[in-house]
Design a protein around this ligand. Structure first.
Ligand code: MOS
Length: 697
């Protein structure tokens, strides 16, 4: 049986985070705190030593001085680390040979009795290398077409004759837009506690996917997957960087396997994160919008370029948003990448949609100006009746309502469209809008377990991960409604590979995918055992595809409105108002949902004004490798008027509880709305992130 829509009671209601008290009192154990309460006193600390050059060969790792430091136990390098059974994944196959593929790559791991000794030991390890020429600059890379782009999208995609449409168009916007390299900066850096007993490997990992880590690492280590147990009860954020395992997890595993019977803790430093745990690649987009004089699009063209690593390909799907966002008879999108001698890029909140929406939504603002049409109205005029990419009907496209409702709340009506038309004291003031979207992804392969306990309680288990989003709380609400009991009657277990298989907390797919598995299993349980079951009876069901995804285009939508102030003398940019209005199906928990959306908006603001990973192409490393130089938004950046709201509704074509994912849409379009507002304030068009003072001077 497949899941059926459920009647909601707990779903949709406020519920404080069930793990809130544990977290705020410091009693929730994070990955490297594991064991602190359980008498693990003799753990070792592992410290990563990174490659000092961008490309070349390790001639020799001289650990003499490190090993003479008090507390240093051993130093692993490519000559001494355990051999992997599979080295196909170059990012993870560390310490297997002498090749250096990027600066900062793991070339040695120091094990010591304390973190201080490990760090000092790492400083004293001498890595002798033979450097080779490298390319670490996108301008110097050779562009090629990847076989596909992230999330399995087609590399190139076209519909209609864009050249003919452009030739016929009265108005053409043809511009280039760029976003810089950006780095995931979760509060908790990547961290692992690892233990090997010569038979089983146990990891307490700060990850977005316990099963994903086990399934990836086990075959590489030559182990059956059930001999790798991964636990992640509490995770301090990830934004995608913990969605896939990266080399620190392998470093911790190899380190632990070198000292059977002892716990090993490995905490990646903030600086090391800039080389080892993934990042958003720099993107460049050329957008051509061809339109009628009234702004109706005739053609949308989006050609995206980004970088990847020679070590492992990751191709940001920057242009896919332009395939489906607006109606245009002709559309064409391409992706090209250059493989450089740099660290491997990966997922960062809304990979693809975030940089793509920046380009497309600034271009739409330029088109609005060129056609003298209100930017909200321009988007309404280009609303597609069906999904332009698939031709499928939308499950629930409410972008126009988001734009109209948001405009009213924001007070958009009556806006003077002329740029640089409003000043307040020393400030130019402007407003801008951008649209947002994110696909409602549903991942196959989730299994849940429901078991009845004495006193009318139910144990519900799934290997899902709550990376700080509130997943633990909302899954409890979904389970309660699926079983038709109170939230308080649910004992939920997550974050452990000993629980049934779950897919990644990523792609805004977690709640939808895990929630559907829980609903389906709960319904199976009721069918098998009725409403008054004996304790101990249990059902375990793999969720089949939810009925409708193939027949409908499932996306969330949103409209972001920003008010920006630019100092006329210094060029300082401040966001004074930021509103997002979203259509995300049914919101499972307004408290945690609001946090997700506000967090997404602020991360978009951070990208708009601050984040800029600067690589020195001469040496191949990111020089802004800490939070002093890689700026992220701080409390002082939070607009006095910040708000996220959503339209009431439910999308039961997406999930049996009517909700769609909300983790990523908040960052989509936000930087464009801010850039558009800055352009409106000053008359200076901004096409490159971040938007900094120099643009206006
Ligand atoms: Mo998200 S970047 O898929 O964790």
């Amino acid at each position: 049986m497949t899941a059926r829509p459920i009647a909601v009671r707990a779903v949709g209601a406020h519920l404080d985070r069930v793990d809130g008290p544990l977290k705020v009192t410091g009693r929730a154990p994070y990955a490297v705190e594991h064991g602190s309460d359980e008498g693990v006193r003799d753990h070792l600390t592992a410290w990563i030593v990174g490659a000092p050059v961008a490309r070349g060969r390790v001639l020799r790792v001289d650990a003499t001085r490190a090993l003479s430091t008090a507390g240093v136990v051993s130093v692993l390098d490519h000559t001494s680390a355990r051999r992997l059974a599979d080295t196909e994944d170059g990012e993870l196959a560390i310490l297997q040979d002498d090749r250096i593929h990027h600066r900062g790559q793991v070339v040695a791991v120091v094990l010591a009795e304390s973190a201080e000794a490990a760090r000092e030991g790492a400083r004293l390890v001498e890595v002798h290398v033979e450097a080779r020429e490298h390319v670490a600059d996108l301008d110097e890379g050779d562009l090629y077409a990847p076989e596909e782009v992230n999330a399995g999208h087609e590399t190139d995609w076209a519909d209609g004759d864009v050249d003919a449409a452009r030739a016929d168009a009265s108005v053409v916007v043809d511009q280039e837009y760029s976003t810089p390299q950006e780095h995931n900066s979760p509060l908790e850096p990547h961290a692992v506690s690892a233990f090997w007993d010569e038979d089983r490997l146990t990891l307490w990992d700060s990850t977005q996917s316990v099963h994903g880590v086990a399934q990836t690492l086990a075959p590489m280590l030559g182990l059956e997957v059930d001999r790798v147990r991964v636990r992640a009860p509490y995770v301090g954020g990830g934004f995608g960087s913990k969605g896939l395992p990266h080399s620190p997890e392998m470093a911790a595993a190899l380190a632990a396997m070198s000292v059977p019977g002892r716990w090993v803790r490995l905490a990646v430093t903030r600086q090391q994160m800039f080389a080892l745990t993934g990042y958003r690649t720099e993107t460049r987009s050329r957008i051509r919008l061809s339109a009628e004089p009234d702004g109706r699009l005739l053609a949308v063209e989006h050609d995206a370029v980004s970088q990847t690593s020679r070590l492992k390909e990751f191709a940001e799907q920057t242009a896919t948003i332009s395939r489906m966002m607006y109606a245009a008879p002709a559309r064409r999108t391409t992706h090209r990448v250059a493989a450089l001698d740099v660290a491997v890029p990966s997922w960062m909140r809304a990979p693809g949609e975030m940089p793509g929406a920046f380009a497309l939504e600034v271009a739409m603002d330029e088109l609005a100006v060129a056609c003298d049409v209100d930017p909200v109205e321009l988007r309404v005029r280009n609303e597609p009746a069906t999904d332009p990419e698939t031709g499928n009907p939308w499950s629930d496209r409410r972008l126009v309502e988001c734009l109209r409702t948001g405009a009213e709340r924001f007070g958009w009506t009556g806006r003077d469209p002329r740029a640089a038309s409003r000043t307040e004291g020393d400030w130019h003031v402007g407003t801008g809008v951008a649209a947002a979207t994110y696909p409602a992804l549903w991942m196959a392969g989730n299994v849940a377990r429901v078991e009845s306990r004495a006193g009318g309680r139910y144990a519900v288990g799934i290997g899902a991960v709550d990376l700080g989003t509130g997943a633990r709380t909302v899954l409890q609400q979904i389970a309660a409604d699926a079983l038709e009991v109170d939230v308080a009657a649910i004992d939920l277990a997550i974050g452990d590979t000993s629980l049934p298989t779950a897919t990644v907390a990523g792609g805004s797919s977690g709640t939808a995918s895990w929630g559907t598995a829980i609903v389906q299993t709960a319904q199976q349980f009721r069918a098998d055992h009725g409403h008054d079951p004996l304790p101990g009876l249990h059902s375990r069901t793999e969720a089949e595809s939810y009925p409708e995804p193939e027949k409908h285009a499932l996306h969330s939508f949103g409209a972001v409105f920003a008010e920006v102030r630019v100092d006329r003398w210094t060029g300082e940019v401040r966001v004074s108002r930021l509103h997002g209005t979203y259509s995300v199906g049914r919101v499972v928990n307004p408290t945690t949902a609001r946090s997700q959306l506000l967090g997404g908006l602020l991360m978009g603001l951070s990208a708009a004004l601050h984040e800029d990973g600067v690589r020195d192409p001469r040496f191949g490393h990111v020089v802004t490798q800490d939070l002093a130089t890689y700026h992220v938004a701080s409390h002082a950046d939070v607009p006095p008027d910040l708000d996220a709201r959503w339209l009431d509704g439910a999308d039961t074509l997406a999930t049996p509880f009517g909700g769609r994912g909300i983790g990523e849409i908040g960052i989509v379009g936000t930087a464009a709305a801010i850039a558009n507002a800055a352009s409106h304030a000053t008359g200076v068009r901004v096409r490159d992130l971040p938007v900094t003072a120099d643009a206006f001077l």
